[in-house]
Write a protein that binds this ligand. Structure first.
Ligand code: ZN
Length: 279
């Protein structure tokens, strides 16, 4: 009995350590961090808009970490919970955030107005991209803080309302880090490669699954150095910065996805990837 007790006690600090949580920024394109239970070892499950969200133990409490899409309405939102056999709902408030406009000129007119063949390819691409974004695995992420996948210059911020050659297109749903072609891109956390391919707009792209719906996306790569199914560790090289797809210069377009929604990577970064001076 004594030995068993000793084992249990030594396991407790591991189970209940405080986590490095993302910032609570309940805005469109942001992350909501909400306490959902206290003093229970039973892992609660949570859903936002019918999709499972991350639930993690933080000291003696459980929190849900919810990704909010750029299209999110402000005002009341509802998180559904299951704790043991009980179903519950928690309401939380989404605040407003205004994102600036960005006007971009691209050389290839098909990147603004795709032809019939392009449209067929884009439709196929978006199926693959959509299922990678919605990927969910039960394993809890090792960390909710991500290391910068590459260091460079800020070229285009998250959330910008974009116009390509004067025409309104989807808002910018990732963080652009400009760096020279061939600069190695490193895994920001442990994960599994769930998709790798060449896409019309995104160019050479991979998706990493970090667990519980935390997925990261890497676009416009010059080279992909991993295969679908590979396991990667934090810091492993996964590919190289390039300018494949719809770009105006070499950069990494980095997407961070929580429960199927692209959020501002800034809220999960351990440090900013931007250097002060150009080169
Ligand atoms: Zn981008």
């Amino acid at each position: 009995v004594k030995l068993l007790l000793a084992c249990l006690l030594s396991a407790l600090p591991l189970l209940s350590h405080a986590l490095d949580l993302p910032e609570h920024r309940p805005v469109p394109g942001g992350v909501a961090v909400i306490e959902i239970a206290r003093d229970t070892q039973q892992a609660p499950k949570a859903w936002f808009e019918e999709r499972r969200v991350i639930t993690v133990q933080d000291g003696n409490r459980w929190v849900a970490v919810i990704g909010l899409p750029l299209s999110q309405d402000t005002g009341k939102a509802v998180l559904k919970l299951r704790i043991g056999d009980d179903d519950e709902k928690i309401k939380f408030e989404i605040q407003d955030k205004k994102y600036p406009e960005q006007r971009i000129t691209v050389k290839n007119p098909r990147h603004v107005n795709p032809n019939k063949d392009d449209l067929a390819r884009i439709a196929q691409d978006s199926k693959r991209i959509g299922s990678a974004k919605r990927h969910y695995s039960e394993t809890a992420p090792v960390s909710l803080k991500l290391k910068p996948p590459v260091y460079g210059e800020r070229s285009s911020a998250f959330g910008l309302r974009r116009f390509f050659n004067g025409e309104a297109r989807n808002p910018h749903s990732g963080m652009d880090i400009a760096a020279a072609t061939g600069t190695p891109i490193k895994a920001p956390a442990d994960g599994v490669v769930i998709e790798a391919g060449d896409f019309f707009f995104n160019g050479n792209t991979i998706f990493l699954d970090h667990g519980q719906g935390l997925v990261t996306m890497y676009c416009h790569m010059d080279e992909i150095d991993v295969d679908k199914g590979d396991r990667v560790k934090t810091g492993d090289v996964i590919g190289q910065v390039g300018m494949t797809g719809r770009v105006t210069g070499p950069h990494l377009h980095w997407g961070v996805i929580l429960n199927g929604n692209l959020v501002d990577p800034e809220f999960l970064l351990s440090e900013m990837p931007f250097q002060n001076k150009k080169n």
